[in-house]
Design a protein around this ligand. Structure first.
Ligand code: ARG
Length: 414
């Protein structure tokens, strides 16, 4: 007996995959696996109901804690891709691993997904699955299915696919972000209606403050109350979502090179990312902040690709962990006009001295205002020489090099 485990959501794509895996791929048995990464309850109800109607053996795996922990790693890496906080991308390896485990437990020889050949998710799932010996099957891509064909096929077979109340958009939600794409949104010049949003209300003039506490770069409390990662994210999605925080409308460059118009909602992610970066601004040195931008953008790139277990990511996290030891403190966020604006930050590790920076003090310790004079003389010196040369060359006059040494006329070079 041959058996295949299918990543199952109860949507159109994965529903038509069930009979196709038997008819076109010759499997005796299909099992459906839905992995909980914080989708709304209605999605599980849909998956359950569809599985039952199909007579599909169905398993649900709770991976919320693991997924939430990964989302908070993404906060330490300030991770976004073209403005998108990577919810779908971060979830895929977690989902793929969970399905692989169920497949192995149940003696499956194959694993299947319902992704098309155009998106990123096929690559993310398969990167994980192809580490195993199981056969990897992608019916929608391999059979070249279109949505229209799937609808007809489902109607002919009497498959349980109700249109749902979400229109013809393709939606993917989890704890970290909700994405809406397709249908009228495919036209980049089309202005989306409020109807595409489910987590965020249209921003009003109202405002609210929240205080986020971080320990070593991880958010651990809101307004002084400790939360575990799943609850913390859910709580902030509620609170910040009410102020319209975390809406993104982007032209996204996918891994295959296609551009796609994507709309996202991510109130908690935006709040935590903005707060975290504000705290880093207080405690990290300028050179750490500059270098960390490169580390962070590499981390986000690998996350986008679904390759969070690449050795590079481990190496990047070595740097991140070292810097995050001091990212402990609190940040006050003001929800205002659809933004999560950091308005106050505090840390015992602040790399900041009010008395040194203040306009009200003449000298502190061994530093006084006059000490900046020498720096001011040197600042921009090299470009002054270059610009003088350029100007002289332009007039055809001989270029007169400054042979008198430094800016203050000394001869002793550096
Ligand atoms: N473009 C995003 C990504 O690759 C999200 C895609 C989500 N899928 C969807 N059916 N809306 O991570």
């Amino acid at each position: 007996m041959t058996r295949v485990a299918l990543a199952f959501s109860g949507g159109l794509d994965t529903t038509v995959c069930v009979p196709l895996l038997e008819e076109e791929y010759g499997y005796d048995d299909v099992i459906g696996v839905t992995v909980d990464v914080g989708q709304p309850a209605s999605e599980f109800a849909e998956a359950e109901a569809t599985a039952e109607a199909l007579g599909l053996e169905h398993y649900v795996v709770d991976a919320r804690a693991e997924f939430a922990a990964l989302c908070l790693d993404a906060v330490r890496a300030n991770a976004t891709y073209q403005g998108y906080p990577l919810g779908t991308a971060l979830a895929r390896p977690v989902i793929a691993e969970a399905i692989l485990e169920v497949a192995e437990e149940h003696g499956c020889t194959g694993v299947a997904h319902g992704c098309t050949g155009k998106g990123n998710d096929q690559l993310r799932f398969e990167a994980v699955w192809r580490d195993s010996d199981l056969d990897v099957i992608a019916p929608v891509r391999e059979l070249g299915l279109t949505r229209e064909w799937e609808q007809e096929y489902a109607a002919e077979r009497g498959l349980p696919v109700e249109a749902g109340n979400e229109g013809d958009w393709s939606i993917d939600s989890n704890l970290w972000s909700r994405s809406v794409e397709g249908d009228d949104l495919e036209d980049p010049s089309f202005v989306p209606s409020e109807a595409i949003y489910e987590w965020t209300d249209e921003p009003t003039g109202e405002t609210e403050f929240v205080e986020i506490t971080f320990e070593e770069g991880y958010p651990v409390a809101v307004d002084g109350e400790a939360y575990d990662p799943v609850d913390l994210i859910e709580h902030l999605n509620e609170v910040a979502g009410a102020y319209g925080v975390g809406r993104t409308d982007v032209m996204e460059d996918r891994m295959l090179g296609l551009k796609v118009r994507e709309n996202y909602e991510h109130p908690a992610a935006t709040t935590l990312l903005d707060a975290h970066e504000a705290l880093e601004g207080l405690v990290l040195t300028q050179e750490e902040r500059q270098f960390k931008q490169q580390i962070d953008s590499q981390w986000a790139q690998k996350a986008y690709e679904g390759l969070i277990d690449a050795p590079l990511v481990g190496a990047l996290e070595g740097f991140i962990a070292e810097t995050q030891q001091r990212v402990t403190g609190t940040v006050t966020i003001k929800f205002e006009g659809g933004k999560a604006r950091p308005v106050a930050r505090e840390s015992e590790y602040a790399a900041y001295s009010a008395s040194h920076a203040s306009f009200d003090t003449e000298s502190v310790g061994k530093i006084e205002q006059a000490d900046a004079t020498g720096v001011a003389k040197y600042h921009g010196f090299q470009r002054r020489l270059a610009n003088e040369s350029i100007a002289a060359a332009g007039t055809g006059e001989a270029v007169e090099l400054a042979t008198d040494g430094g800016p203050d006329g000394t001869q002793d070079g550096e």
